[in-house]
Design a binder for this molecule. Structure first.
Ligand code: WT7
Length: 636
């Protein structure tokens, strides 16, 4: 009913969504199960900011993901789980089974005193129990905070402490290609620096030897065995928070992006249905990790709200070889596939020998998300995976937007390589210049903003509303600022260029330059550092670190400086995650700074890109000579 099936219809629906957003969104919201209907659709201002959707509505999102489907779809697979090891049996949970597991998990949470509004941290492998735990939190009214299992103990500490999580759900370990990561060991280190965690529930996945702390740690399987299969979903308000997800900004530590229940639900449902043109017999596979927003919205909530079958993959694209994605697509008869440009580029680099053994004839739509997709990768994906029969949907959005904002609607919107194309209904993008003046023409480039709220817009940054205001709503009055640069071409199509702030996008993972610099500076011999991104063939962006080391260290000793660089990488791994390790480290005598002491990253970016001849004005620098020195030592 809410599915758009022609380009003409898209244009009409879009127009209506702008002229009368409230009636547009309430039409969609009315298809859900409400405990009590909302009495007003929207109240908002971008000044505070204060945005509320479906005001005074009462509901539980899991009733809309699960209970609502039971009568018709009870025996339909909700989740198909594909393990890391292709020889391990995959697991399927029907809607009925998933609900029973979620209920059992709710009863465990209840037993340990979890109540509405509590924060629960999930630090888990990509296994069905992660999905069960996420949904159990939502059902009991606790706020889930999923931390990607690739993050370090230190990152876990920051995230647990920032939102004072009461409980941690984790596993003994996880499988990743041919590696085992001992998650519980990492969690134990983290828990020495947290005060709020009262209970730890541990799922046994790898059978690794671990220690269980008496009175604090309990086994998932022991608890589930005894848990009842019935649980009445907590009645929640539309604007109660559903989850917190930490993401990097240009300054400081990662911030907790907060999404609330009803708006997020409506937007996830609608965008999944339309962008991927959901059909009842689809097997939908989003290859992201649930530790990122893509996994929240398009492995879990979007598909389940539509009654779809969603695939959850534990492994990595290159294990046991670079054909794994394609083999799983054939094995599970995947119809809609959603992955990241970095994965596409790395598989492209492995060669077609890993693709041609597979038929891939079940595919109908293929998607891309997380970073700009370059023309070559777009065509490779279109030709070799979609066989030119599947529309490529290049979906632009952010953790803060909750769901897809600018994207083709499969088979509806004509696609154009490297273009996210057009805004979805209900999404009102504008491009502005540096002064915030709207660029109304086509064929322009500017800063991408939104001038009207959509249902799953960020509500706050946890515990620090001012940070939310400053980050997104203070740059330009009455606009939500995305941090992205963007071009609108002569047809009105949007092409995302990339971040204009100090945020890096490395293999689709978002990192702040300040965050990486702070980690590097923890090394005892580092005086100061500056980090910039540079174009990287596989990762999209690589990390280039310029570091100043203590004067007593002998920098002419090459063996020693190599060792030092290795140590710097280890420090970054330990403090943030291996994903944040610098690709290149250059030891420099100084950094280009203005007289007021600000690092001129613009110059460093040019050097990292190898564009030495085009550095712009450097006469305002405190010590222009330093630039010459840096160029001499550049690592290209
Ligand atoms: C940033 C958001 C969206 C979920 C995954 C990443 C970049 C995202 C695209 C795209 C070009 C994209 C933007 C954005 N980005 N999708 N299709 N084309 N750039 O979420 O970690 O919050 O990062 O990723 O720069 O601001 P995120």
């Amino acid at each position: 009913m809410h599915k758009i099936i022609s380009f003409e219809q898209y244009k009409q629906v879009y127009k209506k969504s702008v002229e009368d957003p409230e009636s547009f969104w309430s039409d969609i919201a009315d298809g859900f199960q409400w405990q009590k209907k909302y009495d007003k659709v929207l109240e908002w201002n971008f000044r505070d900011p204060d945005v509320k959707w479906f005001i005074n509505g009462k509901l539980n999102i899991t009733e809309n993901c699960l209970d609502r489907h039971l009568e018709k779809l009870g025996n339909k697979p909700a989740i198909i789980w594909e393990p890391n090891d292709p020889n391990e049996k995959n697991r399927t949970l029907t809607y009925k089974e998933l609900l029973a597991e979620v209920n059992k998990c709710c009863n465990i949470l209840k037993k340990y005193g979890v109540v509405k509004g509590d924060r629960i941290c999930l630090y888990m492998p990509m296994i069905p129990e992660l999905s069960i735990a996420v949904l159990a939190c939502a059902r009991i009214g606790a706020i889930h905070s999923v931390v990607f299992a690739g993050f370090s103990a230190n990152s876990l500490v920051d995230r647990i402490n920032d939102s004072a999580c009461k409980m941690l759900i984790t596993a003994d370990g996880l499988f990743r290609g041919n590696k085992i990561v001992n998650l519980k060991e990492i969690a134990d280190i983290a828990l020495q620096q947290t005060k709020s965690i009262e209970k730890v529930i541990v799922y046994k996945r790898t059978g690794s030897e671990i220690t269980m702390q008496d009175g604090r740690d309990v086994w998932w399987h022991d608890e589930m065995l005894r848990a009842e299969e019935n649980f009445i979903a907590e009645i929640m308000d539309s604007e109660d928070p559903l989850f917190i997800l930490y993401t990097s900004g240009s300054t400081g530590k990662p911030k907790g992006v907060v999404h609330s229940i009803a708006g997020y639900m409506v937007f996830c449902y609608y965008t999944f249905l339309n962008v991927f043109q959901y059909e009842e017999n689809d097997i939908f596979w989003c290859t992201a990790d649930i530790g990122w927003v893509t996994g929240h919205s398009y492995i879990l909530y979007g598909p389940l709200l539509n009654g779809a079958t969603t695939v959850m993959f534990e492994g990595i694209p290159t294990y046991p070889d670079a054909g794994r994605f394609w083999s799983v697509i054939d094995k599970l008869k995947v119809t809609k596939f959603y992955t990241a440009p970095t994965a596409i580029r790395s598989l492209m680099a492995s060669g077609l020998d890993f693709v041609t053994p597979y038929k891939l004839n079940s595919l109908k739509v293929i998607g891309s998300v997380g970073e700009p997709i370059n023309e070559e990768a777009w065509h490779w994906y279109d030709e070799n995976i979609g066989k030119k029969k599947c529309p490529v949907v290049d979906t632009w959005w952010q953790t803060e937007t909750g769901g897809i904002m600018i994207s083709p609607i499969a088979n509806v919107t004509p696609t154009k390589p490297t273009f996210a194309t057009l805004p979805l209904p209900g999404v009102q993008p504008v491009l502005v210049d540096n002064e915030g003046k709207e660029l109304t023409e086509n064929n322009v480039e500017g800063l991408l903003c939104m001038k009207f709220p959509w249902p799953s817009i960020i509500r706050t940054t946890y515990g620090d509303h001012e940070r939310c205001r400053l980050n997104y709503f203070a740059t330009f009055p009455n606009l939500y600022f995305t941090g992205d640069g963007c071009r609108r071409d002569e047809d009105g199509y949007y092409r995302i260029i990339g971040r204009v702030d100090d945020v890096l996008n490395v293999s689709g993972h978002r990192l702040g330059t300040a965050e990486v610099e702070n980690a590097i500076d923890e090394h005892p011999h580092i005086v100061e550092s500056a980090v910039v991104g540079y174009p990287h063939e596989i990762k999209g962006q690589g990390i280039y670190a310029f570091v100043i080391i203590e004067t007593q260290v002998d920098t002419s000793d090459e063996a020693y400086t190599e060792k030092l660089k290795k140590e710097i990488s280890e420090v970054v791994s330990k403090i943030i995650s291996p994903i944040a390790k610098p690709d290149k480290i250059q030891i420099v005598p100084g950094l280009p700074k203005t007289r007021s002491g600000k690092i001129m990253r613009r110059i460093l970016r040019k050097i990292a890109e190898g564009e030495m001849s085009n550095l712009g004005d450097i006469t305002t620098l405190l010590d222009p000579g330093v630039v010459e020195e840096i160029i001499k030592g550049a690592r290209l």
